[in-house]
Every structure is written in C-alpha cells, then in structure tokens.
Design a protein around this ligand. Structure first.
Ligand SMILES: N[C@@H](CCC(=O)N[C@@H](CS)C(=O)NCC(=O)O)C(=O)O
Length: 227
C-alpha cells in the first residue's frame, strides 16, 4: 500500500491505522506549500486534491472514513473498529466516523485555517469564533462520553480514538481552550501514548524535516501569539 499524506493533517489517522496493521507500506509526501496537491501527479490519484489517499491492491481509496472502514474490513485482526453483526451496530460506528469527518473536521478547518474560508484577514476572528461555537457544541457530548469510559467506543481503543486525538491536537494547537474538557484532554494524552501513534509521529517528523529543508513547512499561526 502507498499512503499520500502530509504532516499534521488528518492523514495522521490513516498513518496510525497502517501502523496498527503492521504490514509494510510506502508513504508519498505532498508539499501543500509547493501546490503539489493541485498537480497532475496527485490529482490522478485523488482528483479532489486532498490527503489522505491510499493506493491499495483494490485501487485508490480516499476519504479517511472510507479508508478506515476499508482497512478495518481487510485487516480484521488489527482491531481498528469493532465489527458488529447487526446493521444498527455498524451504522453507529459509521456515525462516529462521519461525526469526525463531516461534523468536526470542517469546523477544525475553519478554526485552524480560517484563510481557507476567507482570504480577508479581517474575517479570521469571526470565522474562528463561529467555528469555536460549533466545536463546543460537537465536543460536549464526546466530553460526557469520555467522562464515563476510556475510549470512544468503550473499554477498547479503536481507530476513532486516533481520529479524535488528531482533531484535539489540531484545535488545541492553535488555542482552543482545553480547560473545559478534562476527559478529552486525558483521552488525548492516552491516545498519544499508543505505539502506533508514536510511529505515525515519526513518519511526520521525517516529513517535516524534509519540508523544512525545502523551505516548505507551514505551521498554522496561533492567534495573538507573535513570533
Ligand atoms: N473529507 C476528507 C477531508 C480531507 C481533507 O480535507 N484533507 C486536508 C488535510 S487535513 C487536505 O488535504 N486539504 C487540502 C485541500 O483541501 O486543498 C477526508 O476525511 O479524508
């Protein structure tokens, strides 16, 4: 398999899944700052120009939720996701995947990269404030859930925990207040300790070094913080 990715992006979740599986895989780094996600080579892999994209024996799979569901099916022994026998159980797992990819991720983008929504810098505080409101609404039930159980789905880790950890990493990294979310904070600390998470970070560190060497590493600005 070959994963197209970039450091700090949601491709971290797929990277973590591949590390959990433990089969050999290759990575291909996309340098957003060089516009590589808009170049024909990558667009021929994922015409949407987004990471992650996973090349597999079954062809290219895109969209984190779809990739994770595919990997969970193909490598059941990796335990990425539970495999309930009933349709409702499967739907609930999909609901959590969509919660991450469709409810939370777009808010993450608005909060972290408001320039992707409006190129007028004056709009940034309003975009961020609205996104923070949405995040607070969406994270409250997860905070309650994690107050009573260690992982998203109960007593066992699943790849959903890596997804939530990435979301938490992204928003707290640019100033989302974590004081009101002790359970999410604890969950994040636990998720980061998992060997697959550490291995994924190693891939990212290498990629960051490569981007830095090419002068193409981008760190989202933390509002109110001057260099
Ligand atoms: N719905 C997609 C979202 C993927 C996505 O937005 N990836 C970001 C990185 S976190 C990206 O590649 N952005 C580049 C762009 O939108 O131009 C998924 O879940 O895979």
């Amino acid at each position: 398999m070959r994963l197209w990715f970039a450091p700090q992006t949601c491709a971290r979740v797929t990277l973590t899944a591949l590390e959990e599986i433990g089969q050999p895989f290759e990575t291909r780094l996309i340098a957003f700052m060089a516009g590589e996600h808009r170049q024909p080579e990558f667009l021929s892999v994922n015409p949407s120009g987004k990471v992650p994209a996973l090349e597999t024996n079954d062809g290219v799979i895109v969209q984190n939720g779809a990739i994770l569901s595919y990997l969970a099916d193909i490598y059941p022994e990796a335990g990425l996701l539970p495999r309930p026998g009933d349709a409702a159980g499967r739907a609930r797992i999909l609901a959590d995947l969509f919660r991450c990819s469709s409810d939370l991720h777009p808010l993450v983008t608005r909060f972290v990269m408001s320039a992707m929504i409006s190129s007028d810098a004056e709009d940034a505080p309003r975009i961020r404030a609205k996104a923070a409101e949405g995040l607070a609404l969406q994270l409250a039930p997860l905070e309650r859930r994690l107050d009573g159980q260690p992982w998203m789905l109960g007593e066992e880790w699943s790849i959903l925990d890596a997804y939530l950890a990435w979301i938490w990493f992204r928003i707290t990294g640019v100033g989302f207040g974590h004081g009101d979310y002790p359970a999410l904070q604890r969950h994040y600390a636990m998720a980061c300790e998992r060997p697959s998470a550490l291995a994924a970070l190693k891939h990212e560190e290498q990629a960051q070094d490569e981007l830095k060497a090419r002068g193409l590493f981008f760190q989202p600005p933390v509002p109110g913080k001057t260099e």
